[in-house]
Structures are given as C-alpha cells and as structure tokens.
Design a protein around this ligand. Sequence first.
Ligand code: SF4
Ligand code: SF4
Length: 228
Amino acid sequence: MIGQTQKPIDEILEYLEGKEKVVLVGCGGCATVFHTGGETEVKEMAEKLSETGKQVLAAIAPPFGEFTYYVPWSKSRLSRYRKEIEESDAILMLSRGDGLQVVRELILEEEFEITKPIYPATNPIGHMGGGPTLFKEKCQQCGECELGKFAGICPLTQCAKGLLNGPCGGYKNGKCEVDPERDCAWVKIYERLEALGILEKIAEIAKPKDWSKMTRPRQIEVAPLEMK
Ligand code: SF4
Ligand code: SF4
C-alpha cells in the first residue's frame, strides 16, 4: 500500500487558479485507507471547492476495492462521466501519482482523446504496511528481494543508511544513531538470526546491490484479471 497525505487546500487552489469547472476523481485503494481520496474525502473536497466558488461537475469516488490506477475499472467508471470531463476546465485527482498518470494517459488521452489539465491532491510517501491506524514503510521495491538473507528484515528500508553489511559504528543501546527513537535494523537482524539459530550468517558479506533492477520506468506484463 502506498502511504499518502492530502495536499494543503491552498496548494490545491493554486493549481486550480482560473479553473472554474472541476471534476474530482478519488480511488478505492490506498487513497481510501489513508483518507486522502475515498468517498468521504471526495465529498469533503467537493464541498470545500464549492465554498470557494468552484463548480464541481462530478465528484467521482470509486467504492473501496475499486482502484483508479487499474485501467479496466477506471475506464468503465470514468466513461459514465465523459460529458462532465469534456466540459471541465481541470481534473483534480485524489489518488496516487500513478492513478493520475494512468487516468491522464491511458483513459483521457488514449481512450477519450481528451487533453485536460490534471492535478494531484495527494502526496504519496512510500510503500507501507500496518493498519488500521499506524503504517510503516517496509519496502522500496528494489526489484530483487533479499529478505531471505537478512532474517526477514529489509536493511534497505529499515536501516537509515540502507546498509547491506551492518551495523555501522553508531548504534547505541540497540537504537539507531540517525534516529535514537528507532531500533537499529542491524541489531534486529542480529537478534532474529540468533533466535533462528543461524547467527553465523551475520558474518556473510552481502554483495553490492544490483541497482540496475531499479532502472526506471520499470514495467511488467501479466495475464488480464478476470472481471466478474
Ligand atoms: S529487499 Fe527490501 S526493498 Fe528489496 S524487495 Fe525486499 S523488502 Fe523490498
Ligand atoms: S545505527 Fe543501525 S539502523 Fe542506524 S544507520 Fe547504523 S546500522 Fe543502520
């Protein structure tokens, strides 16, 4: 899940300066979980914009579980609002940046042949797990998961310096020198290896990370999901 916060309303209004007719699009995925673009937030944003004199032509809020960044669902939902989109001066996306770009490129431009200003209303901050209230960054999608070598703890994400061979010399009382409030990831790795009875693995030198797996933009092809 991608953790995210909503942008301040002033920043959103700056984007929408001079744009009177607006269409809002939320998402039934992460934006719903993080309260940035679910049904409630889309409704609230529509109210806020109306109060500032904007005309909200459509406030599209897919239900939980329907992802705006998934083209088949997005296409089907946005098709119902094509007229409003055509008449609008701008689209405001209460979704992640990938949702915005999917809607801009694959739905509006390629499917509808519409070119419109489109703006983000959220700030995504990383791949996170947890809930229902506290979420923590756990993975940076390096393209070659090495958790098997590190007792199930990702040093790239959990160690402030991303060290594959740790710890550094700065940890104190099991805490990280960069943020003394947080556990040192390498102390945790040590403890887990010990608990698993394979502490000797701490002496194995990890090879340098193959960052070519993170060359961007990455893409992947899969069989289509069966739609019910
Ligand atoms: S090694 Fe870490 S960053 Fe890479 S895929 Fe695994 S959890 Fe994610
Ligand atoms: S103290 Fe531990 S978690 Fe912090 S930077 Fe050093 S090795 Fe990484």
